[in-house]
Design a protein around this ligand. Sequence first.
Ligand code: NAP
Length: 506
Amino acid sequence: MFSRLPFSGILSLSCRMSSTSASVLPTSLLRSTAYVGGSWIRSSDTFPVLDPATGTELLQVADCGPSECREALKAASGAFQAWKEVPSKERSNLLRKWYDLMIQNKEDLAKIITAENGKPTKEALGEIIYAAGFLEWFSEEARRIYGDVISVPLKDRRALVLKQPVGVTAIITPWNFPSAMITRKVGAALAAGCTVVVKPAEDTPLSALALAELAHQAGIPAGVYNVLPCSRQKAPSVGEILCTDPSVAKISFTGSTATGKILLRYAADTVKRVSMELGGHAPFIVFDSADVDKAVAGALASKFRNSGQTCVCTNKFLVQKGIHDVFVKKLSVMMKKELRVGNGFEDGVTQGPLINEKAVEKVEHHVQDAVSQGANIEVGGKRSGVGKNFFEPTLLSNVTAKMVCAREETFGPLAPVIKFDTEEEALAIANSVNVGLAGYFYSQDPAQIWRVAERLEVGMVGVNEGLLSSVECPFGGVKQSGLGREGSKYGIDEYLEVKYVCYGGL
Ligand code: NAP
């Protein structure tokens, strides 16, 4: 069970910090309790949030369970009726204020990300700008929710289409973008008039709670944005309630395909609307006609952001035989020159830790499997001496489509290169997986660019470009990479129902 805290007394009660990385954290935005119905709520249980770079504990955070979850859903349901009737311009202004506060506090928010997720501060700052951009974008989109008037064959009738908010939305997010994966959903949901309960990942609840503090300061009404931190142990019970409770109209999830399938099964019984942003396995194809230096720069950007822990990170490189050797050579030179492993708070570090030891074990397994079947290590290949959760940026050549790294999502700093002969062969390997989120290719042949862009089975294609995410463009995948699109003009539709009104007897 939990108890409410007086708003002014939160800091002394909630911020019992320990260790060194915690000392750089901004206490004004650090919260360790759930945020429900506009209040900070303690729970009888807590769990530790760890610094993945050092393994030290940053903070003990409220470990919410089923009763806190029901309380949060009650708060979101209670707030929904009023929030959906708030004029869109007012909803827009509130989201804009929230955006402004994120920008004002960007350095502090970035420090929280580096502390709990490990990504280098510069990259964390980039995430905050990107994350805030969704609040800004959807503050603008809130005012552009249009219906339709349809011409019908009967003279005495008019047909109208209204767009209405879906309702209370359960949002479950991963650790790899602790801030952006929340605002990409919450910005659209709140703009549409929905209220939300957010369950952040166990590894990174502090960013979600810092966003709650700023939402509070921005004047987002009580119950509209609720945050329910919980441990990995309690995630299944909390997740089940979030996905089965009759008060929830919509589930928006970002995470692995395996968890997505569990939540989809839960959602089936009450036929809830769902958005699923799931795992990927991005191919990066370099054709003989490519500008090799641009391809190498794109490869570095697309593979090693967040130490390879993004859903759109390249998973395997497919390089045509005429350009293969020079590409591998240049990429290995650039990796040694540009990538530096270390604590994300240190200047010049580009490669922080992986999120935990399990993630390191997975990369190690993918490397060992490939090497045991004949792959060559060009760069790296083993754990880094910096600490338990660090792995060296690794480049493998002589990789085949049968190896585990060519079939499964690695989610780490491993770049395996497969040599191919023809365009058909490359497309067959690229499309052989059951997911399809992002895909990249480098070519200077216009006809080939059209052919390959159309034939790659993915939701997003980078042509001569290794970074493609942008708040203005639709993010999402095909096959088992998910359902729906986030960001862009399409993102708000995920939180709107279409209602047809037949107006007769005229
Ligand atoms: P995950 O294990 O599926 O976890 C994601 C979220 O689901 C976390 O909050 C997790 O809580 C929660 N969760 C796990 N089991 C649950 C259950 N039974 N019921 C309710 N909630 C549950 O994924 P991850 O390892 O954190 O994230 C990496 C994956 O996300 C990768 O596959 C990546 O490709 C994908 N991803 C996709 C996108 C996209 O836009 N398509 C973006 C980012 C990441 P705990 O933290 O407590 O386990």
